[in-house]
Design a protein. Sequence first.
Length: 269
Amino acid sequence: MTAVTEAKAVKAQTLPDAQTVTYVKHWTDRLFSFRVTRPRSLRFRSGEFVMIGLLGDNGKPILRAYSIASPAWDDELEFYSIKVPGGPLTSRLQHIKPGDQVILRPKPTGTLVHDALLPGKRIWFFATGTGFAPFASLLREPETYEKYDEVIITHTCREVADLAYGKSIVESLKDDPLIGEMVDDKVKYYPTTTREESPKMGRITDLLRDGTVFRDLGIDGIHPETDRAMVCGSLAFNMELKEILEGYGLREGANSEPGEYVVEKAFVG
Ligand code: A2P
C-alpha cells in the first residue's frame, strides 16, 4: 500500500466511529469529564461501558474501555477520566476541546446493569476514584428509582477535590427534569477521603467492617433479602468488597444469572 492509500484506509476504518466533543470540564489536575455526540443507532443500558480513544501518531486507534457516565436516555454521552501521567491515551485525551473528534466503538457491554441483579429494596453503589462513572449513569436512570426504595452511593477518594464530580452529580439529581421527582429522599450520599481531612475519613471497606457506615446512615446492616450492591473501583478494592458482601450472604450476579451484587473494575487508572 502507498502512504496515501494507507491513510485512506485508516480514515475509512475510523471515521464511521468518530464522535464530536461537545463539552470538557477539568475537575482537578488529575480528573476531567467530557461529553460527546451520541451515534443515533447507539443503544445501551445505564451502567455499561464502551471503547473510546484517539488516533495514534502511527494512524492506529488507541482505545480504552470507559464507562458511560450519562444515563441511557441522554442525547449525548458523558465520560469521566483520570489523567495518567505518560498514559498512551489519557495524556492526549486530557487536551481534547469542544469540536474535536474522538473514536467511539458503538458496542456497549458490562455487568453493572439492573438486569444482573435480583429485585430488592435498597441498592448500594460502592465506588472509588473514577469508579464513580457508571454510577453517574445509574443515579440518573429512572429504573433505579422504580426498582428501589433507597439508593446509597459511597465514594472513597484520596482527596476532597477528587469527590467534586460525584458530588455535583448527586446534587443535580433533585433538579433533573426527568428523575427529579422520583429521587425524592431516596438517595443517600456517603463520600469519604483517605489522604486529606474531610467530614468522613477512611476507606469504605474499613467503615463497613467496623459498622461506622451503618451507624452513620441509621441502617441495620446489609442483608441478602433486601440489599443489592454494585461495586466499581480498583482491583484490590473490588476484591475486598466482594469478600465483605459475600460475608453478608450476598451472591455475585451476571447478565446471564442475576444475583445480589455485581462488580466491575474501574478501567482507566
Ligand atoms: P488509600 O488512599 O488508603 O489508598 P486510587 O487513587 O489509588 O485509585 O484510590 C482511590 C481511593 O480508593 C483512595 O481513597 C484509596 O485509599 C481507596 N482504596 C484503594 N484500595 C482500596 C481497597 N483495597 N479498599 C478500600 N479502598 C481502597
